[in-house]
Structures are given as C-alpha cells and as structure tokens.
Ligand binder design. Structure first.
Ligand SMILES: *Cc1c(COP(=O)(O)O)cnc(C)c1O
Length: 474
C-alpha cells in the first residue's frame, strides 16, 4: 500500500507507510491517504467473525502497513493490544443496553478514553520505525486533556522518543491534570503554559514552523491527522460490526461523538473497505461545525472566539483536522478540486458544496448528523442510568442522544463510548447527584506527586526549554 496527499503531492511517487508514519502534513499541506481502500474480498470479513481482537487488528493493519514484515507487525499488535492494558480479552467489547442498542466500549485503555486504542499502537510503531532507522524524535504537542495523557502514557519510557507536552495551566479537570503530571518518566516533559489551549496550540505551530529548529531537534507530532491512528481505529469498527450484525452481511448503524473527525473517519474507511456499516451518525455538541456541514453542505470553521467551552470538552473544536480526508473522497478523490475548496477556505473562511454533484452523491456515504446541548447530555446521562443502570460520560451521552434520535429499530445501533465517566465527575454529579465509579488503578490519583514546569505563554520560552533539555540530532 502506498500513500498520496489529498492535495496532489506524491502523485508520481506514492509513499510507503513507514515514510508517512512519522511525518505530519504532506509537503503541499495535504494529508496522507491510501491510494485505494483495501477492500475485504468475499468471505474475508466473515472469516474474522469471533476472531481475537489482535487477529482482526493484524488483518486490517497489514493492508495499510504492507512495508512492515508480518512477524514484526504481529508482535507490535500483540504488545499494543495486550488484554491487561485494556482490561479484557475483547479489548473493545460490545455491551448491549437492550436488544439492538449497544455501546462499543473503546475507552477501557490506560487513560480511559478511546484515543488509547490508536496511541498504544502508535507508541509501538514509532519505537519500531525509529529503531530500524537509528533515529530519534522529539514529540511536541498541545493538549486540552485527553490526547496529552493518552500520548504520554503510550510513549513513556520508549527509546528514541522525548515528549514535550504543553497544557493550559490550571484549566484541565483535577483528574486530567493528575493523570498527566503524575508521570515520572525521564522522557516525559509536562509544560504547563500560563494561557489557554489555543495559546498552547499556537506555540506548537510557531515552533513547528521554524524549519531549522524542527530539523535540529527532529520535532514530530502525534496529532489526530496521523494516518496510523485512523487505521488503528478502523479495527474496532470491523470488530464491532462482526459482534453486532444479526447475520453475515446484515447492516449495522454507528453513532460517533465527534470533534476532529478522526473517529468517524475510521468508520467511513471501514465502510469503504466493504464493512456493511449502513449509517454513520455523527454527533456534535454546541460546537456544531460538522453538523452544519452534513445538514447543508456548507463548511465554515469557527475561530477560537466562537468556540464554546462545553461539558464535552474533547469535542470543543473549531475546525475538524481530519475532515479533509473525507472531502477528498466526496469529490471523487480529485486533488485539484480539493485544493480549490481549501483555497476558498483560506480566502473566504468557508466553502459550500450544497447543490453540487458531489453533494448529490452524499447519500452513498451514509452520513447523518445531529447535535446536543449541555441540558441534552445531562438528561441523557439520567435517562440511560435510570433505564439501563449504566453511567455514561458526557461525550458518550452526546452520541447516544443523537443516535437514539436517528435510530431505526430494524438495524442494530452501536454508540461509541469515547471516555469513561470517571474523567468527567462534575457533570456526572450534576446529572446523578453522585460521583462516578473509578477504576481501581486510579484510586488516590490526585494525591500522587506531580511533575510539571510552569512556563510563560511565549513560544520563545518553550523553545529555550526544549533547547536546554533535548539533544540536537544535527
Ligand atoms: C477526542 C475525543 C472525541 C472526538 O473524537 P474525534 O476523533 O476528534 O472526532 C470525543 N470524545 C472524547 C472523549 C475524546 O477524547
């Protein structure tokens, strides 16, 4: 399998998986996409029915990472998806609330959010690729909570990898802060910036835009546009489909709480590979850029000032970084057309596909959408607890709210559980009047010693910090 850029680069020289693994954007600013989707041949999908998660993972990932020898990839997958890391043999189990309505529980990994499924694999892949080439990397990132802890836990103690993670000082939940700052590994550096998440992101962008500095310290990223993360997420849609379908080939609907469009993009890719996912139900919170697009065809990313802080904070996005990959497919994989749309975005802040041929073809992709408010999420948490005795986090509640609105009783519906309620205790208290359960391993988390460096909201200060701690590679 080789990879193209959504904006046309690499057309004459498609790149292998290991070449795009450690890179961020393509040289033309586009995103890496596979040349074609490696569809399941007749019988191949059903042959995986009942197979262990790691076998499904190997089957799917070997189609995308075809330059990694099979025995090596098997080893990486087995380590990433060890049952003790995810609390069960199933790794991403399906839990039925009632007949035909299930949760696809993707949040049982070490940091209690679905991002662990991809990050655990990414940790293995990065270490493997760097060792093979005798390289090192300095990961520089910004987090509002979930991504940072998931990345740090996946990268802790790994050879060849140093992590510098910027977080907004005092603006994460006490649980999230403790999760990140209690890591004592020498290769993990927590920088608590006196500013907001957007400030943290701006600093990362400023430093990543300095080509000389980037080269000198081999600066890389683990952000949600990394193709390997998308590929890792395709696996649980294949696994979830096989666990939920009523008969071979019968359809299943999925509902996905969405922000950067990474999770639901994986559902789209699984569908393109021939997995009979019928409807992909996209759920947003009050930050409804994506709901607006799927209802109207107009894509208008918001500025930071228009982005609201909500009770499902991991979905508080103003633009969806993975969305470009879907639009590439929607316009028939025409890189010129895609580039023109992104030029419109840069020039006028939006584009509108409503009424175009591409928009008329939309039905084939199966997307429908909806949004929730804080009141909807609180009401959903209450209703699900009352009806099924199951506590869900506010992100999952958003997916359930929209999923149930769109539910068709003839087709099983899987709602993706994207975080455990223990991470968002305040909203659970508001809804249920009590604290959420907390997995054993997190007892006393907030009381553990914390390691972090408070730093000024200034790219220069962060740059000096990295320069005085990281080893240059050149
Ligand atoms: C990251 C995240 C999301 C959004 O997922 P995307 O892939 O960015 O669409 C939803 N819920 C939780 C809990 C998350 O951490």
């Amino acid at each position: 399998m080789r990879y193209l850029s959504t904006r046309g680069a690499w057309r004459d020289a498609p790149q292998p998986f290991l070449a795009i693994l450690l890179e961020g954007l393509a040289p033309d600013g586009g995103l890496a996409v596979p040349e074609r989707y490696p569809a399941f041949a007749p019988g191949e999908l059903e042959a995986l029915h009942g197979a262990p998660y790691r076998d499904i993972a190997f089957d799917v990932l070997s189609r995308y990472a075809s330059d990694i020898p099979a025995p090596d990839l098997k080893g990486l997958v087995a380590r990433a998806y060890a049952p003790e890391k995810f609390g069960s043999e199933a790794i991403v189990p399906v839990e039925w609330l009632e007949s035909g309505l299930g949760l696809l529980c993707a949040s049982n990994g070490p940091t209690l959010a679905f991002k662990d499924v991809a990050m655990q694999l990414l940790g293995e892949l990065f270490e493997y690729a760097l060792a093979r080439e005798g390289r090192r990397i300095t990961i520089l990132g910004a987090t509002s909570g979930d991504t940072g802890s998931s990345a740090e836990v996946a990268m802790r103690g790994r050879r060849g990898i140093e992590v510098y993670m910027l977080s907004p000082n005092g603006r994460m939940s006490p649980f999230q802060q403790a999760q990140m700052y209690s890591l004592a590994d020498a290769n993990i550096h927590n920088l608590a910036v006196d500013g907001t998440f957007d400030d943290c992101q701006d600093i990362v962008k400023a430093i990543a835009g300095d080509a000389a500095f980037k080269r000198r310290y081999a600066i890389g990223a683990v952000n949600s546009i990394n193709w390997a993360r998308v590929a890792a997420q395709v696996v649980y849609y294949v696994h979830g489909y096989l666990a939920a379908r009523s008969a071979p080939g019968a359809p299943v609907d999925v509902a996905v709480p969405s922000g950067n469009f990474g999770n639901i993009l994986a559902a789209h890719v699984a569908k393109r590979m021939g997995v009979p996912l019928r409807r992909l139900i996209l759920a947003t919170n009050e930050n409804d850029v994506l709901d607006e697009f799927f209802r109207t065809g107009r894509y208008r990313p918001r500025g930071a000032a228009e982005t609201r802080a909500t009770s499902s904070p991991s979905m508080d996005i103003s633009k969806a970084s993975n969305f470009e990959r879907f639009v590439f497919d929607l316009v028939g994989r025409d890189a010129g057309r895609l580039r023109a749309l992104w030029d419109d975005l840069a020039r006028q802040g939006s584009f509108d596909l409503g009424g175009t041929d591409a928009w008329r073809g939309m039905a084939d992709f199966g997307f429908v959408s909806g949004r929730s408010t804080h009141a909807d999420r609180v009401a959903t948490i209450r209703a699900i607890a009352a009806r099924y005795g199951r506590v869900v986090d506010p992100h999952t509640a958003d997916g359930l709210k929209v999923g149930l609105e769109q539910r068709d009783r003839d087709v099983p519906l899987l709602c993706i559980e994207t975080a455990l309620p223990a991470k968002f205790a305040a909203t659970i208290r508001e809804a249920l009047g009590r604290d959420p359960d907390r997995p054993r391993a997190f007892d006393g988390l907030e009381a553990r010693p914390q390691y972090r460096t408070v730093i000024a909201n200034d790219a220069g200060a962060v740059r000096s910090y990295v320069a005085s701690h990281a080893q240059p590679v050149t």
